[in-house]
Design a protein around this ligand. Sequence first.
Ligand code: DX5
Ligand code: ZN
Length: 219
Amino acid sequence: MKNTLIAPSVLAADFANLQRDIEMINNSEADWFHIDIMDGVFVPNISFGMPVLEAIKKHATKTIDVHLMIVDPDRYISTFRKLGADVLTVHLEACTHLHRTLQAIKAEGMKAGVALNPHTNISLLEDVIQDIDLVCIMSVNPGFGGQSFIENTYEKVERLKELIKHKGASTLIEIDGGVTTKNAKQLVEAGADVLVAGSFVFNSENPQQTIVDLKAITK
Ligand code: DX5
Ligand code: ZN
C-alpha cells in the first residue's frame, strides 16, 4: 500500500481565519502544509510573505513545504530556514546556478525541491536529479489557485519517474495545481508521491473529509 502525502495549499485558506484553518489541517489526515510565496515578478501575483509564514509556523504541527515563486531565490534561503521551512522548493526557471542553489538549501538543513513550469522539459533535470529531494511538477501555470489541471502532466510524471529510477535517485514527485479526486488516482499511478490541493480542499463543504477522500483514492 502506497502512502501518498497530501499537502493542502494555504493559499486557498481564509486569511481572516488563518489559525482556524491551520488547526483544521493539524487535525486532519493531511501530511504537509504547502506554502506558496509569490513575488509579483516571477509570477503575475503576490501572495504573502515572511510575517504570515511566521504566524502559520506558530500553530502548524506538520512539515512546512515552501514553494518559492520568486526570482533569485538564493537571497532568501537562510531566511526561510529561520521561518521554519522543512522543504524549500525553487523554480528551475528562476535559477541560473541550480546545483549551487540546491547545495545551499541542503547546507541549511532543509530538503531541496525544484519546481518545473508546465512548458519545462523533464530532461533538464538529467544532470542534477541525484541532488534533488523533491521535484514539483506544476500542473497549472504558477501564480493562482483554482485553475484547471493540464492533462499533459500524467506523461510528464511518468517520464520523471523513469529518470529517477534510471539514475537510482530517491527524489519525491509532487504535483501542484488543479488536483482533485478526479485526477489524484491517475497521478499516483503515474508516479506521484505528494499531491498539493488548494481550492479543492478549502472550497469543499467539509475540508477534512475531502483530505480523507484524497488519501483514500490514492491508496
Ligand atoms: C499555484 C500554487 C499552488 C496553488 C494550488 O501557483 O503553486 O500551490 O495554491 O491551488 P489549486 O489546488 O487550487 O490549483
Ligand atoms: Zn504551490
